[in-house]
Design a protein around this ligand. Structure first.
Ligand code: ADP
Ligand code: ZN
Ligand code: ZN
Length: 686
């Protein structure tokens, strides 16, 4: 027998699989083995078993050391599909589905046999027997003596390292008519979009669908955005299903991750809950995949392969014959067009959504509108969203006009006043705040724009309540986010200020005011998704306010009060927004009416990058039909000291274009003249 193995190498230049003799241990598709590869020994995944090989017998070498845990065969297939779909390599895709590192932790477990050898037991021995079954622990010696008498068995047993979670109380509710109708539709299988504002009862529908799936003997995957920002969903699944739920996310310790993965692989746990990588959970006989908050940007992976967990979830569900259930208050246009939708039109408690008022800031001199100031002073608890961290956007010299830029990235450096630095938000470069202009010596350095740090200072000055700032600067450590949210939650009065992190699924019933500052900041990005992002951000923030008996309201500051996305968000009208947005995208042939593939070539020097981008653009151009167009190459700003150029393919024939791009990039990667150029391919760039 021959094992066809994909060695886990990161290079693009090799294409496997390669033939090996199988290791001494039994192997199958998905086994993880070690193989000699060139001068290295690498881990590799068995992707196929074959009877014979084209490699002459004397040249075949043997794989060794199969790992105890293997990848389910269906996940091997899914990874190979992903490698093609995202113009990556099998090795890179397979490394996403590997069993996590780490070992089982075992303990000695003792159980009474129930036998009686007719001899007398001491007081202590009787007490010992009474506490069994249980871990042997410090009583091992005494238990061994009882084992010798046939009264006790002692055997090693896996000890679970369970992730820490916040327990929630489960509530038994009877479904509303809308929830029942949605569940009924989901029962029929296929793919569904559940569209309903926060609090409309979507999670209850997920929970019921999951329960029915388990009852039918099948497994469930539940995808959520970052766990730290949305702990409630996890807690509710655990409250209802207990240890049947396995949690998979990056904040787990190695041991916890190992144990949760193994519990799923062994079928001891049947529901996997986690962020995007949980789409690769080893759930056998998958019956349901839930994608909660399906609009969330965290579902897109930024490493290679640049997969989109929503698309992978749909593919995995399709292959398994499982039901796909996506839910959101602000669904993406793609999903809206692709999936039949079920609406949950109102909050379960029939509280109205908060009224939203748009404040025109064109020509304003200060970052806060007078009405915003007044409302903030009157509210006990409020949330303020400003999607820009730091003190000011950029520094410029009043006499010569110099703008302080990152030496690596061609972007303006942002002032962080508390730390006394100006920093690059792309590469992390930092330098001391200049006291004079390095070009002309002038002392007049002006700061433009306002970020969260500056607004925090202004609000602290203006208000009597404590201000909690939540952004990438204050949430540097893993525990910082839940801690800060908990403090805000517990405070009788307070203001939560931050970037888009404050608009995620938090549930603070006593928040009566939501404020969006500079709402058009996301609209200024030159990106066809700018409208969609702006709408989602405002609508999501509005969903945080007025969840309690006191009701609430929302203020939106913008210099562009009539932007369709802002107006629609102010009316809470997702359907109207989606209709207009889809029309616009159809006219411009943007997704979902065409697919985009973005190729970025980068290197330290400009010339090879230019040559590489030209070469790729030309090669792609010959591989596609009139259903596709090649845009570029176009220069991008320098990033981390690397020159970059991009080529974008807009296509109505996705599979053909993906193949053409894959071939073009592979050829360019093999070209010796371009050996210093790195390529990254992003199918469905965000
Ligand atoms: P969403 O996921 O859309 O935000 P949830 O499912 O979390 O909504 O529901 C919001 C709140 O309403 C929760 O506290 C939930 O327990 C409660 N709830 C959900 N469905 C019902 C129902 N049919 N009857 C009463 N309460 C419900
Ligand atoms: Zn100057
Ligand atoms: Zn930089």
């Amino acid at each position: 027998m021959i094992a066809k193995v994909e060695p886990l190498t990161t290079t693009r230049r090799l294409s496997g699989p390669f033939d090996y003799l199988p290791p001494p241990q039994p192997v199958g598709v998905g086994s993880v083995v070690r193989v000699p590869f060139g001068r290295q020994r690498l881990e590799g995944v068995v992707v196929e078993l074959a009877e014979a090989s084209d490699v002459p017998a004397e040249k075949l070498v043997r794989a060794t050391d199969a790992r105890a845990e293997s990848v389910p065969a269906e996940l091997v297939d899914l990874a190979l599909w992903m490698a093609v779909e995202y113009c990556s390599t099998p090795a890179r895709a397979l490394s996403l589905v590997l069993p996590p590192r780490g070992r089982e932790r075992t303990q000695l477990w003792a159980a009474a046999t129930g036998a009686d050898d007719g001899r007398r037991l001491t007081e202590r021995q009787r007490a010992l027997l009474a506490r069994l079954p249980g871990p042997a622990g410090p009583d091992l010696a005494a238990l061994r003596r009882l084992e010798g008498r046939g009264l006790v068995t002692i055997a090693p047993r896996a000890q679970r390292r369970a992730p820490r979670t916040n327990p929630a109380a489960d509530r038994a509710v009877s479904l509303t008519a809308e929830q029942a109708a949605a569940l009924d539709a989901v029962r029929g299988g296929g793919s569904h979009l559940l569209h309903g504002v926060t609090g409309s009862g979507k999670t209850e529908v997920y929970l019921r669908a999951a329960a029915e799936t388990l009852a039918a003997g099948r497994g469930v995957i539940v995808l959520v955005p970052e766990i730290a920002l949305t702990p409630q969903t996890v807690a509710r699944f655990q409250a209802r299903f207990g240890d049947t739920v396995a949690l998979l996310h990056s904040a787990l310790s190695e041991g916890e991750r190992h144990d949760e993965w193994r519990r799923l692989r062994a079928g001891e746990a049947r529901i996997a809950v986690g962020p995007r990588s949980a789409v690769f959970a080893p759930v056998a006989d998958l019956g349901l995949v839930v994608v909660d908050e399906e609009h969330d940007a965290s579902y897109k992976h930024e490493g290679d392969p640049r997969y989109d967990a929503r698309r992978v979830a749909a593919e995995r569900a399709r292959r398994a014959g499982a039901t796909l259930l996506a839910g959101s208050a602000t669904p993406r246009p793609e999903t809206w067009l692709a999936l039949p939708h079920r609406r949950l039109p109102a909050r379960v408690d029939s509280r109205p959504l908060p009224p939203v008022r748009i404040l025109d800031m064109s020509g304003a001199q200060t970052p806060l509108h007078p009405l915003t100031r007044r409302a903030l002073s009157a509210a006990r608890k409020s949330i303020v969203l400003l999607n820009r961290r730091g003190w000011s956007n950029f520094l410029t010299c009043r006499s010569c006009g110099k703008v302080w830029e990152c030496p690596q990235c061609e972007v303006a450096l942002v002032l962080h006043r508390a730390e006394g630095v100006i920093a690059c938000h792309h590469c992390g470069h930092r330098e001391r705040v200049p006291d004079r202009c390095s070009a002309c010596g002038s002392l007049a350095v002006a700061r433009y724009g306002a970020g969260t740090e500056r607004i925090e200072a202004e609000l602290r000055e203006a208000l009597d309540v404590p201000v909690f700032r939540l952004d990438a600067d204050t949430a540097a450590t893993k525990d910082a986010v839940p801690e800060l949210l908990a403090r805000f939650h517990a405070a009788p009065a307070g203001l939560l200020l931050g970037t888009q992190m404050v608009a995620k699924g938090h549930d603070f019933p006593d928040v009566t005011l939501g404020v969006v500052l500079d709402a058009d900041s996301t609209l200024r990005f030159p990106d066809f998704r700018a409208e969609e992002r702006t709408f989602a951000l405002i609508a999501q923030l509005a969903g945080r306010a007025g969840r309690g008996p006191a009701g609430g309201r929302v203020l939106v500051q913008t210099t562009w009060p009539h932007a369709p996305s802002i107006e629609a968000a102010a009316r809470h009208d997702a359907e109207d927004f989606l209709a207009g947005e889809l029309e616009r995208r159809r006219a411009l042939r943007y997704p979902p009416f065409a697919d985009l593939i973005r190729i970025v070539a980068s290197a330290e020097d400009a010339e090879p990058v230019r040559a590489a981008a030209e070469k790729v653009a030309e090669a792609v151009g010959t591989g596609i039909s009139a259903a596709s167009e090649v845009l570029g190459p176009a220069p991008l700003f320098r990033l981390r000291g690397r020159e970059r150029r991009q080529v974008v393919v807009k296509t109505g024939e996705r599979a053909v274009a993906v193949r053409a791009v894959g071939a073009a990039v592979e050829a360019a990667a093999r070209d010796r003249a371009l050996k210093d150029v790195a390529f990254s391919v992003d199918v469905d760039p965000q």
